[in-house]
Design a protein around this ligand. Structure first.
Ligand SMILES: [Zn+2]
Length: 149
C-alpha cells in the first residue's frame, strides 16, 4: 500500500462524495461542514445522512477555523504509513467555536509539549494530494483577536 493509499484509508477518502467534498474545501483552506436541511444540525465528519434525523439533505457551511481542544492523544509507532515520518504524532479532537458539538479531528502541528485540554486552537490546512486537504491544529495566543473565544 502506498503512502497515499494509506492516507486515504485513514481519512476515508475516495469512498464517499460528502467526505471528499470536505477535503476539497480543506484543500482551499476553508473549514466547511455540513448542515442538515431537515433538522439544522451541523455535522462532522461529512456523511451522506444525518445521524440525528436520518435526513438526506445537507448544505455546506463555512465555519470559523477556531475551537477548543476537547481531547487529544499522542500516537507512537506503529501508525499508518502516512504518519510514519512524524511520530510521535499528536492528534486532537477540537470543539469548534461555531458549534461546540461539532468536533473535528486533526494533527496538532505546534505547541505539542504544552498542549492541554481546553486550549484555544486554530486550524491550518495541509495539502496531502491534488485537491485533498486535511485540517491541522495549532495553539493560538488568546490575546490574538482571531483566536479569542
Ligand atoms: Zn438532521
Amino acid at each position: 500500500m502506498s503512502a497515499e493509499d494509506a492516507f486515504f484509508a485513514l481519512i476515508g477518502g475516495h469512498q464517499d462524495d460528502a467526505w471528499n467534498e470536505f477535503h476539497r474545501h480543506a484543500a482551499e483552506g476553508r473549514l466547511v461542514v455540513q448542515r442538515c436541511t431537515d433538522c439544522d444540525k451541523r455535522r462532522w465528519p461529512a456523511q451522506t445522512a444525518c445521524a440525528r434525523c436520518q435526513g438526506l439533505g445537507a448544505e455546506w457551511e463555512e465555519i470559523a477555523p477556531t475551537g477548543t481542544v476537547w481531547s487529544f492523544t499522542i500516537a507512537h509507532p506503529p501508525v499508518v504509513e502516512y504518519l510514519s515520518d512524524r511520530v510521535p504524532v499528536t492528534v486532537a479532537l477540537v470543539s469548534t467555536d461555531a458549534d461546540p458539538t461539532v468536533r473535528i479531528l486533526g494533527e496538532v502541528t505546534d505547541g505539542v509539549s504544552s498542549l492541554r485540554i481546553g486550549d484555544r486552537v486554530m486550524a491550518d490546512f495541509r495539502i496531502v494530494a491534488d485537491g485533498v486537504g486535511v485540517p491541522t491544529w495549532s495553539p493560538v495566543d488568546t490575546t490574538d483577536p482571531r483566536g479569542a473565544a
